[in-house]
Design a protein around this ligand. Structure first.
Ligand code: G3H
Ligand code: ZN
Length: 283
């Protein structure tokens, strides 16, 4: 069923595993991720950036596509459709009105008071409709769509205050993670993570899941991380499979033949992540 993230993340936090958010770009991606989750009997979060939603046609297209696939593929595991890095109240409202079951309001680039104000407004609108809300503090490094930033660690005191004043369902404290590949080993602020998890009592979100070694993933889960976002790793897998296919069969022009291997590669990657994050058989 289509659900918010609230319950799945509370369960993950208690059970010490993490639900993956896998970003979607098109039908192939969505098909691959839903099939992977169903086969592994895992809850799953479909991440949709504003840019990806626009690429697919808009928020309504995304919701109808996911709903259609869930019927045709007989998906029984809990699925959340989540706006990734929502840039404004308006963007979150539009996603919710179209049927998204979860939103992230990323006002982390604004001054703290403004972040609180915007996040609070989103929570009021979302919770009235049973939609869950993720907020961010600090800055994730690297680049995602138009969101570019250098790394700024979240301040534990501000995290506590943001949570208390807004009533969000989960928090993404930026603690050294990066969107896209890491240059060298990631240096995550595990002490801050532990403190923020303990003081806010909320499931924490780890952005920039691509390229984090398994042992650091396990450390993060042990310190309260209940949601891990993965995007680039699927993009790399898809890209590699499609490139290999076309390199070996230059005459093929059937898009299903060309994109099919990409879809299979994304599915395999997601199955790997679900197992790594401990989410198999948790649906
Ligand atoms: O919000 C999306 C994620 O944080 C994705 O990060 O592309 O480095 O896996 P990634
Ligand atoms: Zn992110």
């Amino acid at each position: 069923p289509l659900v918010s993230m609230k319950e799945m993340l509370i369960k993950a936090n208690e059970g010490k595993y993490a639900v993956g958010q896998y970003n979607i770009n098109n039908l192939e991606w969505t098909h691959a991720i839903l099939t992977a989750a169903e086969e592994e009997k895992s809850p799953v979060i479909l991440g949709v950036s504003e840019g990806a939603a626009k690429y697919m046609g808009g928020f309504n297209t995304v919701v109808k596509m996911v709903e259609g696939l869930m019927i045709d593929l007989k998906i029984t595991v809990p699925v959340a459709i989540h706006l990734d890095h929502g840039s404004s109240f308006e963007a979150c409202k539009n996603a919710i009105d179209a049927g998204f079951t979860s939103v992230m309001i990323d006002a982390s680039h604004d001054p703290f008071e403004q972040n609180v104000e915007t996040t609070k407004k989103v929570v009021e609108y979302a919770h009235a409709k049973g939609v869950s809300v993720e907020a961010e503090l600090g800055t994730v490094g690297g680049q995602e769509d138009h969101v570019v930033g250098s790394i700024i660690y979240a301040d534990p005191q501000e995290c506590k205050e943001l949570v208390e004043r807004t009533g969000i369902d989960c928090l993404a404290p930026a603690l050294g993670s990066v969107h896209g590949p890491y240059k060298g080993e990631p240096k995550l602020g595990f002490d801050e993570m532990e403190q923020i998890g303990r003081e806010t009592k909320l499931p924490l979100v780890l952005h920039g899941g691509t390229g984090i070694p398994t042992e650091q993933i396990q450390k993060a889960i042990a310190r309260g991380t209940a949601k891990i976002n993965v995007n680039t790793e699927n993009q790399i897998s898809f890209n590699k499979a499609v490139r290999e296919f076309v390199a070996n069969d230059q005459k093929q022009y059937d898009p299903r033949k060309i994109l099919g291997p990409g879809r299979e590669a994304v599915k395999a990657t997601v199955i790997g992540k679900i197992r790594e994050f401990g989410t198999s058989n948790k649906a």
